[in-house]
Design a protein around this ligand. Structure first.
Ligand code: FAD
Length: 541
């Protein structure tokens, strides 16, 4: 009969404990949780601010009593483990003011990640909150109730920051977002994140990017840009770092930003101590490099896998992709794998598409904007990002599956999806990504990216040709100095396009541009299609 101690009773820890119990009916399982609740929904916390998740109890995924009764778990909440003695295999913990000791055969650390807190200069009494758990949420809710703030500032425009900002706005609090990076959601590429920025502004958020708080005096926030505004409450969401202090105290080896090093069986450098979840370093499955991927799905999977491993099953940690999604008002943005910033210096190809989430003739179709990055030599998909009102999750999940299965990008053409007009299109945007990648690799189409196009705008040897109708160009805007030759008249009018220049054709989404490219090339032009068309570049000008 083994005695297993788990430190941290939420995503990873509780997944471990319940699976381990199912496989080991007689072992002792003790869970230490320093907070008051185990198994709560960290991911749901922002939605209680606005009341979208209306009851606080809705945030408790599984009740402690059920876990005790059904799984015979010895749950000790409000109990913080303060040290590990790995020689004598025991932990020391604080509970109800007492210092107590418990021995273990195996120790599992699922201590999670802590919010990063940055110092802000000035004399101020605006409260600064972070959001990691239910007590943090309670503090925010109490402050809002007692003080009725009119204005909030969210520092950091990552997933948690934007979820908090949306819910503060829905609560009726005017909200300003301040992000240090040049664009919101620095985890994705800027032309994709720009859609989210537009949505935030549309929904009345004030957004400052490439900016930071210099100081606060009283209630007045002063930004590095010189902008000033008054605020009543601040929520800081500038990222997280592994909560590995306990592991370090036990001489467990750590790496990047304090992440706990584990082998493929979640074994740390110290015998019989294992670690999972946000606190560990994992292998990024695309880059094959060590990474911190603080997300719920990997934490849950790792908990289950470790239970299998400690039960003698042949399971290994294969790493993570970092597949993630965020909803910002009416838009969702999903991503998997690596972005262009992470691929800097490597050889990769990019494609951008726009298509409807379901057949355009069926009511309420909305656009999905999809970006896929792949290795043109191995054809492996390196990453994908998508934004839209509906169907983003499905597309990113499919591509994440393709990445895990190491399917070549051209194989996306072969995938067969459910189709009827309310659900999708006979040619889904994911299939189309396969078509475009195939055309790019065969040299049937030559595309240029928005950032290259912006560079070329000052180059006299390049001419930009807008192949939309004049009416569309006028309504949607066009590129500086572009000449307009409607695709439907290109066969008659193409001689207006100088042949001694490099030609970049574009439309709104890249499709008519592609048709124009084929025609002009057949007429002897050195021609390129602006990948993704005006839809993307227009956000970056
Ligand atoms: P946690 O679930 O954080 O659990 C760690 C627990 O360990 C904590 O409760 C802590 O109190 C306890 N602990 C730490 N040290 C000790 C100690 N010494 N003694 C006793 N107990 C200790 N991920 C997504 O994939 N999608 C989302 O939408 C999403 N939204 C999020 C929203 C918010 C506001 C937050 C905070 C996180 C969100 N996440 C999301 C991240 C996700 O919650 C984490 O990836 C996941 O919970 C990690 O699991 P874990 O077991 O490693 O850590």
């Amino acid at each position: 009969r083994n005695k297993v101690i788990v430190v941290g009773g939420v995503a990873g820890g509780m997944s471990f404990a319940t699976r381990y119990r199912r496989l080991n009916q007689n072992d002792d399982i003790i869970i230490f949780e320093k907070g008051p609740y185990v198994s709560f929904a960290n991911c749901g916390l922002p939605y209680h601010i606005s009341g979208e998740i209306s009851t606080r109890s809705g945030l408790l995924v599984v009740r402690e009593t059920l876990l005790k009764e059904r799984f015979h778990l010895d749950i000790r909440s409000n109990a913080e483990v303060i040290s590990i003695d790995s020689n004598n295999k025991q932990v020391t913990y604080l509970k109800d003011g007492e210092t107590l000791v418990e021995s273990y055969d195996k120790l599992v650390l699922s201590t999670g990640a802590k919010p990063i807190v940055i110092d802000i200069k000035g004399q101020y009494n605006v409260p600064i909150f972070t959001l990691r758990n239910i007590p943090d949420l309670d503090k925010i809710m109490r402050f809002i109730k007692e003080n009725q703030p009119k204005h909030a500032t969210v520092i950091g425009a990552g997933y948690i920051g934007l979820e908090v900002a949306e819910n503060l706005i829905k609560k009726g609090i005017q909200t300003t977002i301040v992000e240090k990076a040049p664009e919101v959601l620095p985890i994705v590429d800027p032309e994709m994140a720009a859609f989210i920025r537009e949505e935030l502004v549309l929904k009345q958020a004030q957004v400052f990017t490439g900016n930071e708080i210099q100081e606060i005096q009283g209630n007045e926030v002063l930004l590095a840009s010189g902008d000033r505004f008054n605020t009543d409450i601040i929520v800081m969401a500038v990222g997280v770092f592994p909560d590995s202090a306990l592991a370090k105290q036990a001489n467990v080896e750590t790496g990047i930003r304090g992440g706990i090093k584990v082998d493929q069986h979640y074994q740390t450098s110290v015998k019989d101590i294992y670690a999972i979840g946000d606190a560990i370093l994992v292998k990024n499955q695309v880059s094959n490099q060590e990474a911190l991927i603080p997300l719920a799905s990997p934490a849950n999977r790792q908990g289950r896998q470790l239970a299998d491993i400690l039960s003698g099953l042949n399971v290994t940690n294969k790493g993570s992709l970092g597949t993630s999604i965020v909803k910002v008002f009416d838009l969702s943005l999903g991503a998997t794998g690596l972005n262009e910033r992470q691929l800097a210096g490597k050889k990769y190809s990019v494609l951008h598409l726009t298509a409807n989430d379901h057949a355009s003739y069926y009511p309420n179709a909305t656009s999905i904007y999809l970006k896929v990055i792949y290795d043109p030599e191995t054809e492996l998909i390196l990453g994908a990002q998508a934004v839209g009102q509906k169907g983003v999750d499905k597309r990113i999940d499919i591509i994440a599956t393709a990445i895990k299965a190491k399917l070549p990008v051209t194989f996306l053409q072969e995938l067969e999806f459910t189709y009827a007009p309310p659900f999708g299109s006979a040619k889904d945007i994911v299939n189309m990504a396969g078509y475009v990648a195939s055309n790019q690799m065969l040299g049937i189409t030559k595309t240029i990216q928005w950032y290259d196009a912006i560079q070329m705008m000052n180059d006299d040897s390049v001419v930009f040709v807008d192949v939309r109708s004049l009416f569309e160009s006028a309504a949607q805007g066009t590129l500086p100095n572009a000449i307009n030759v409607d695709l439907d008249q290109i066969q008659e009018l193409y001689t207006q396009i100088p042949k001694d220049k490099k030609v970049v054709v574009f439309c709104d989404n890249g499709i008519r541009g592609y048709n124009a490219e084929q025609f002009l090339r057949s007429e002897g032009y050195d021609v390129y299609n602006l990948d993704g068309g005006h839809n993307y570049i227009s956000k970056m000008l």
